[in-house]
Design a binder for this molecule. Sequence first.
Ligand SMILES: *[C@@H]1O[C@H](CO)[C@@H](O)[C@H](O)[C@H]1NC(C)=O
Ligand SMILES: *[C@@H]1O[C@H](CO)[C@@H](O)[C@H](O)[C@H]1NC(C)=O
Length: 360
Amino acid sequence: MAAGATAGTWVLVLSLWGAVVGGQNITARIGEPLVLNCKGAPKKPPQQLEWKLNTGRTEAWKILSPQGSPWDSVARVLPNGSLLLPAIGIQDEGTFRCRATNRHGKETKSNYRVRVYQIPGKPEILDPASELMAGVPNKVGTCVSEGSYPEGTLSWHLDGKPLIPDGKGVSVKEQIRRNPETGLFTLQSELMVTPAQGGNAHPTFSCSFSPGIPRRRALNTAPIQPIVWEPVPLEEVRLVVEPEGGAVVRGGTVTLTCEAPAQPPPQIHWVKDGMPLPLPPSPILLLPEVGPQDQGTYSCVATHPSHGSQESPAVSISITGKTISQIPETLAILPHPQCTRTQVSAPPKSCQENSPASLL
Ligand SMILES: *[C@@H]1O[C@H](CO)[C@@H](O)[C@H](O)[C@H]1NC(C)=O
Ligand SMILES: *[C@@H]1O[C@H](CO)[C@@H](O)[C@H](O)[C@H]1NC(C)=O
């Protein structure tokens, strides 16, 4: 036979060998063993076969044969001609080909495209909102999925239907991080929604992770069910004084209650004679053991994050002539909390003067 003809056959075979298209797609879970069969190979030696690998671990093609030694702990050819990868990793993704010749000289080729995957833990919603306000953007929560490969996607559902970010009523902020050691992905998706006014007051939100490989089930978070509040505008701020009329005996107690119905509830601050009182916000102002320094005009200011602030009409507190000396002193004293704490050593001057105290 002419040398040229032989060479020609080889060129043809090589080009076919190099041009194998299609083939079989294999997905394998990271860390598990993978066996790829060499089609058409005799089940026992002697065999004429050769594996060729092009993966993240190889530079161009790596060739393995039954006679050759195994490739470290990465891959080896089994006695029946199959290729074993004892623990597949991300770097083993790539193309695997086998060419075998049977006892009658017939050649068979196998071609595999290997992808690996890892199933993440069950996704979770961090910082779930318990309440939402209709008509304004609210953060519902942050969905987190840890340890996936390939990254896959997170999506949100409202009452069982997909929630599509539209940049207006629904928006999502996504983040993908990759663990430099394991190569696995952590996905985060923060959901903001603006519930419609007059809509569902008890919506159910959930989040699901969809794997980036076909035929794998999505993983769902536990649902969350925040309550949706309808905004109630701040219309009128009323100040109720007890005793009625604001006239109190010296040593008596005055309770001022600020009524500012609105949703969300506004913050209430107090004003005396036009000056804000340095007290934490509270809808009730209690003046125990009233003395001359407590006389004056009082009003409350309700501040709402979206409706601005509004002040109540003022009421004036005055001391009438009589005292309440008939009440035992121990019962009449309702000291400022700060005074109780410091009483043992040296009570502040203001405590002796019956400074106003607040409740709640
Ligand atoms: C294998 O995967 C590739 C790319 O993902 C695709 O184009 C091809 O159709 C798949 N082949 C089979 C046999 O599923
Ligand atoms: C070859 O042997 C391996 C391990 O015993 C087995 O998993 C595989 O199916 C065998 N291949 C064939 C083609 O019989």
